[in-house]
Ligand binder design. Structure first.
Ligand code: PEP
Length: 256
């Protein structure tokens, strides 16, 4: 379960308050998934860059992992306003969002740039959460699958089968992000199943089955249980509801 805080909250103190509420609420119920904890829910939060270190200090007590919302693909240099993979790694980030629709739309990240970011994150020893999904117009034209398949093939270019173990995919229909219009669980499940057929074509059946695919788009405590009951949905990427500790806590403790 991932919480994308986007450009919120407003101040470092607000970020600390949210982190503390979440940590108190979760106690030690979260932990990293590994061979000893195969059934744990892995939780990662993505605060704005300036708050990463302080938030990490607080949330790691609850076993929550920290991630960064974006990086630039170059290592260093004259890229005013950007941060590199090594910078956020040195702060303890383990996951990086790549290709979020807000980055695609507002900041002009195209598939080539997203692919370079995915490769940089992997080369730096971190894990990309690659966000893909169709716009409302593409949904209406009934080309959702074609759009998602194209994004997968371009954004994962030159990512090896071995590297795919570190990649998480987030299917986020753009029309569902921040709109309150959650995709019907059955429809999201069908799209996830389709994405696995694309991964099977690009790699093989093992990669298709083992890659974690999250759903994202207006997930709330009201919709999470039905979504997580779907066999092809492995987790959720949550925006708005992750800014409320009670809501995010309930999402993490989904019931199927
Ligand atoms: C997101 O930011 O990835 C997202 C899914 O936002 P929201 O949950 O607010 O729709």
């Amino acid at each position: 379960m991932a919480g994308n805080w986007k450009m919120n909250p407003a101040t470092e103190q607000d970020a600390m308050d949210l982190s503390e509420s979440l940590t108190k609420l979760l106690g030690d119920e979260t932990c990293p998934i590994d061979d000893e904890n195969p059934l744990c829910t892995e939780v990662v939060v993505f605060p704005p860059h300036p708050f990463i270190s302080k938030v990490k200090e607080v949330v790691e007590d609850a076993g929550i992992t920290i991630g960064a919302q974006s990086i630039y693909f170059e290592d260093k240099g004259a890229y005013t306003g950007s941060v590199s993979a090594s910078m956020v790694k040195s702060l303890g980030c383990e996951y990086i969002l790549c290709g979020h629709s807000e980055r695609r739309q507002t900041f002009g990240d195209d598939d080539q740039a997203i692919n370079r970011k995915v490769l940089k994150v992997l080369d730096s020893g971190m894990k990309p959460i690659l966000c893909i999904g169709e716009s409302k117009a593409e949904y209406d034209l009934n080309i959702k699958n074609e759009v998602c398949a194209m994004q997968l093939s371009k954004d994962l270019a030159n990512v090896t089968k071995e590297q795919m173990k570190e990649v998480v995919i987030a299917y986020e229909p753009v029309w569902a992000i921040g709109t309150g219009l959650v995709c019907a669980a059955g429809d999201a499940n069908e799209t996830h199943a389709f994405l696995r057929t694309v991964l099977a074509r690009m790699y093989d059946d093992d990669v298709a089955q083992e890659t974690r695919i999250q759903y994202g788009g207006s997930v709330t405590p009201d919709s999470v249980d039905e979504l997580m009951a779907m066999p092809e949905i492995d987790g959720c990427l949550v925006g708005g509801a992750s800014l409320d500790a009670d809501k995010f806590g309930r999402i993490i403790n989904f019931k199927t």
